[in-house]
Write a protein that binds this ligand. Structure first.
Ligand code: SF4
Ligand code: SF4
Length: 725
């Protein structure tokens, strides 16, 4: 008894000391990052929401269960280990008394049954993981495997250790049954089976096995603890913490504002010598950023959904996080050293790591290659999938900010776009005067705000640069305006007073140009007294709705598909004409994943008689990017397959007459890919790419032309049934 007690306790104390030292080191490393007081405040101020989030995301395993087979296997393992904490208590109790039982519940058959049920569940889970890992072997599958780039050897070790925990547990319980000290007379079915197998060995041997497997079980558990804190399985402890401090509802929609020392950076007062401008070194990341890195489970779900990775580019969101983590860990002695003297004494390898540029080519030993950084479309698929709520886009765009603002290092072809934004207020440099041209092509007058918006105006129609200036997108703009006119909606536009929302500047990392444009627009909107804005571009929609509040501009913003779907539902628009088209709908990332608008465009399509809509394999939350977001629209796509080509090939597999979408960026990117397919003979000449508003307009009979007052009055021909004529 004394021997097993001593061995068990010594093993435990040693393991806890090693694990505790590692956790203390990790805490110091995380706290060497920038402060993030807003994360603490958000968690502290929303305790109810935090409990709900932890319940759904961690206990409920919400995101993991979206992947049915691996999700169920993970849930079984997670829930299993939660229940099996009871068996660990029992094991420690047995060190002191062979007949130990948990006070109160220690003899309940239901507890014995649950413990065995989840032990078997964990075994089923790890068998499933083994099969999944064998089928997705990165050595065989290459980039197609989501485990490509992960530390697979460590994963096998952990699977082996989990098996060891369960095997020793059942063997020890089986031996206990044969020696008559097992606390559960009924219920523990798996232990009974193992006991039955061991029974022929006799009570003497079983007494020895009881001690051997008890100590073996405790040894495996405490060694597992040490392995966990030194491996990717650290997520077992860190995932609930990372989820607690993550942005809510998620890290999509708005980008994080630029912060220095935990405070939002004010460009007018910022000092380049003392302030942090974007992420230029690993220590420029906040503690939450460093926590993200330490929490990554290397599951590769993000990688499997990334359009850049899927089309052969060097960007994998998982690899970005792992490269940052490896660099942070290797540079840690330098970051944690208390003085320059101490830093001087560090090994050369640590000093070399500290010298590495965060972003730089392989020749410069950069941690993140520039081709990786600039391949991101900000599509959000990685953030959407990540089961531990890692915020990839904020990290990628944070590094872009430093490259643009401090290093002036970004794809050269995007320079023209930035210059045009600064000088002309639109990415093409066409100038404000041309923003009104589309209105002259309509047979009714579109009211342009002159001074303030009239009280009778229901919506300010935010047209956007593409919507006003790009030929294909202008067709959508005219269709929306015509539909609003037909429905009798009182709307107005800013016309030449509108300027780019700043989205391309912000997403490429030029926060300075973004804030200049955003402040100008907020001033214009406030002077006009804007209340409810309808935007046709999901990027404008996202920027005004989610990012302008960071600068004090708060408005109610809806997307045109939301408004049009509402008008149809209210009977203010009646799609009566048949549109005999077989089509598929492409979800724009900034409307879908970033803003969760999936249903209204589909409702519009369903309302049009004759349309036969089929979903692509990758749709809704799993929609595949068109390749234009993250300012990629203004960069050359030199590496791998074009993302828009990959998307169009998926659409073409459904043999549609039409591909519909609800974003001017997507319209252009998919249109270009279709044009290329037509010229190579792979797509029918009649195949079109159109906005859902255009399809709706084809079905709704237009209202008679009628002048609209510049105060915003639409002439009064609207109201229910107007579209019926
Ligand atoms: S945002 Fe999209 S493109 Fe960028 S890393 Fe994530 S999945 Fe890849
Ligand atoms: S970042 Fe998230 S989704 Fe990607 S590998 Fe890590 S844990 Fe998995």
């Amino acid at each position: 008894m004394v021997l097993r007690m001593t061995v068990g306790l010594v093993l435990t104390v040693v393991a806890f000391a090693i694990a505790g030292r590692r956790l203390w080191w990790l805490k110091r490393l995380a706290l060497s990052g920038q402060p993030a007081p807003e994360r603490i405040e958000a968690a502290r101020d929303h305790l109810g929401r935090d409990v709900a989030t932890e319940t759904v995301e961690v206990l409920g395993q919400r995101k993991l269960l979206k992947w049915s087979v691996p999700g169920v296997a993970h849930a079984l393992t997670f829930w299993g280990f939660t229940i099996l904490l009871l068996t660990i208590i029992e094991s420690y109790g047995d060190l002191f008394s062979r007949t130990f039982a948990i006070p109160g519940i220690g003899h309940w058959a239901a507890i014995g049954f649950l413990e065995d049920l989840f032990a078997v569940g964990v075994l089923a889970g790890i068998i499933t993981f083994t099969v999944i890992r064998l089928r997705n072997d990165p050595h065989r599958e290459g980039r197609a495997s989501r485990f490509f780039g992960s530390h697979t050897r460590a994963a096998w070790v952990v699977l082996g250790m989990i098996f060891g925990v369960i095997a020793t547990l059942l063997l020890y319980r089986g031996a206990q049954i044969n020696t008559g000290v097992f606390p559960y007379a009924h219920g523990a079915f798996a232990s009974q089976i193992v006991g039955h197998w061991l029974h022929p060995l006799g009570s003497g041997v079983n007494s020895v096995l009881e001690v051997v497997f008890l100590l073996a079980q405790l040894a495996v558990v405490v060694v597992f603890l040490v392995v966990v804190v030194y491996s990717k399985h650290l997520h077992i402890f860190l995932a609930p913490v990372n989820v607690l401090f993550s942005r809510r509802p998620d890290a999509l929609g708005a980008l994080e504002p630029m912060r220095s020392g935990g405070k939002v950076l004010d460009f007018e007062e910022a000092d380049p010598d003392t302030d942090v401008f974007g992420l230029g070194k690993i220590e420029d990341f906040s503690w939450k950023g460093l926590l993200d890195m330490a929490t990554c489970t290397e599951c590769g779900r993000c990688q499997s959904q990334c359009p850049a990775w899927a089309t052969g580019k060097p960007l994998s969101p998982k690899q970005v996080i792992l490269d940052l983590r490896d660099h942070a860990f290797a540079k840690a002695p330098y970051l944690l050293a208390s003085s320059d003297e101490e830093r001087d004494k560090l090994p050369d390898a640590v000093k070399a790591e500290a010298e590495r540029p965060l972003v730089g080519s392989a020749d410069a030993h950069g941690v993140i290659d520039p081709d990786v950084l600039w391949s991101c479309t900000n599509c959000g698929a990685c953030v959407e999938e990540c089961p531990v709520d890692i915020e990839h886009i904020d990290h990628i765009d944070g590094m872009r900010r430093h490259q643009v603002l401090i290093e002036s290092a970004f794809p050269v072809e995007a320079a023209g776009m930035l210059k045009n934004l600064e000088n002309k207020g639109d990415p093409w440099g066409m100038g404000e005067a041309r923003r009104a041209e589309w209105m002259t092509e309509l047979d009714f007058e579109v009211p342009v705000v002159d001074g303030t918006i009239g009280d009778d105006v229901e919506y300010l129609f935010w047209v956007g640069c593409a919507g006003a200036l790009e030929d294909r997108a202008k067709k959508t703009t005219k269709a929306i305006a015509s539909l609003l006119h037909t429905a009798g909606v009182r709307f107005a536009v800013l016309g030449p007073a509108e300027t780019c929302t700043g989205d391309p500047a912000r997403r490429i990392g030029n926060e300075f140009v973004y804030s200049m444009l955003a402040q100008q627009n907020i001033e214009t909107l406030n002077e006009a007294g804007a209340r409810t804005i309808v935007a046709s571009c999901p990027h404008c929609f996202n920027t005004i709705a989610n990012e302008y509040p960071q600068l004090g501009g708060t408005y109610e913003v809806i997307h045109h598909t939301q408004l049009l779907a509402k008008l149809v539902a209210e009977g203010r628009l009646t799609p009566a004409g048949r549109v005999e088209e077989k089509l598929t709908y492409h979800d724009p990332c900034f409307l879908g994943r970033h803003n969760k608008v999936y249903t209204p465009p589909r409702e519009i399509l369903e309302s049009v008689p004759g349309i036969e809509a089929t979903e692509m394999h990758r749709c809704k939350e799993r929609g595949f990017c068109c390749g234009a977001g993250g300012a990629r629209m203004w960069m050359e796509e030199r590496i791998g397959k074009r993302i828009n080509t990959e998307r169009i090939e998926e659409a073409l597999a459904l043999n549609p007459d039409t591909i519909s979408t609800s974003c001017p960026y997507c319209l252009v990117m998919l249109g270009d890919a279709v044009a290329a397919k037509k010229s190579s003979g792979e797509a029918a000449e009649s195949l079109e790419v159109v906005d859902v508003a255009q399809l709706l307009a084809r079905s709704v009979k237009p209202a008679a032309a009628s002048p609209v007052g510049t105060d915003g009055s639409s002439g009064g021909e609207g109201g229910p049934g107007a579209a019926d004529g």
